[in-house]
Design a protein around this ligand. Structure first.
Ligand code: PGA
Length: 254
């Protein structure tokens, strides 16, 4: 489906793969995707594989992303990785506020917003994740939850920074469960998110923001999801760990 916004499909490898395994996957993706330019393709390996994957991608159109970063710059922050270190490895995107971090590391919206600002200030493009739990959906408060996350996680960004931010709508109940939101459910929330962006940052900005869907995206459902007017790509977990399924998702999305 033709859209003004260029689709962006990102693979979130989570806490998986050694350096050697990461390089093997990247080699397969380079072979299968060649110089694909119809959409933006991003891979997000673990921190430990970023350097090696960065070198392997130096002659590729596939972009590099990281799965997180700290909100501070260089300094006495033991165990942290800062935006400047990621830029040094030619990382272009950074996933922020993934529901697993919100759940297991108790990351609040305000911290996600500080990270998003730090990312932009270092010329990294954040992929900011939002999404409701099953209990929240069943309680009928999906819009409240997602609206609050969008407002809170982008607080303090300039209109230009918001426009360059990628949003990933990932219903928590669909992540790694095999349960995908129907394309109608995804479209409904994506349109809602674009409406919130329009209220907060104006129509022109909202029209340009790319909103990915994430949660059990696979080759069999990618085409239908990408066919929705407000779905501008996918954040893929499990199915991005093998070249075959990730490449099929990409091919089915064009
Ligand atoms: P999944 O994960 O595709 O395995 O559901 C998506 C994500 O968490 O980004």
């Amino acid at each position: 489906m033709e859209k003004d916004r260029k689709l962006i499909i990102a693979g979130n490898w989570k806490c998986n793969k050694t350096v050697a395994e990461s390089l093997a996957l990247v080699a397969d993706l380079k072979r299968d995707l060649g110089s694909i330019k119809e959409l933006d393709v991003v891979v997000c390996p673990a921190f430990t594989a970023l350097d090696a994957v960065s070198k392997a991608l130096s002659d590729s159109v596939i972009r590099l992303g990281s799965q997180n970063m700290g909100d501070n710059g260089y300094g006495a922050f033991t165990g942290e990785i800062c935006a400047g270190m990621l830029r040094d490895l030619t990382v272009r995107y950074v996933i922020l506020g993934h529901s697993e971090r919100r759940q297991f590391q108790q990351e609040p919206d305000a911290l996600v917003a500080r990270k998003a600002l730090a990312a932009h200030n270092a010329s990294l493009l954040p992929i900011v994740c939002v999404g409701e739990t099953l209990a929240e959906r069943e309680a009928g408060i999906t819009h409240d939850v997602v609206g609050r996350q969008i407002r809170g996680s982008l607080a303090g960004l300039t209109p230009d920074q918001v426009e360059a931010t990628v949003i990933a709508y990932e219903p928590v109940w669909a992540i790694g469960t095999g349960k995908t939101a129907t394309s109608a459910q995804a479209q409904e929330i994506h349109a809602f998110i674009r409406g919130v962006l329009a209220q907060e940052h104006g129509d022109a900005v909202a029209r340009r923001v790319r909103i990915q869907y994430g949660g059990s995206v696979k080759p069999s459902n990618a085409r239908e999801l990408m066919g929705q007017p407000d779905v501008d790509g996918a954040l893929v977990g499990g199915a991005s760990l093998e070249a075959k399924s990730f490449v099929e998702i990409i091919r089915n999305s064009i």
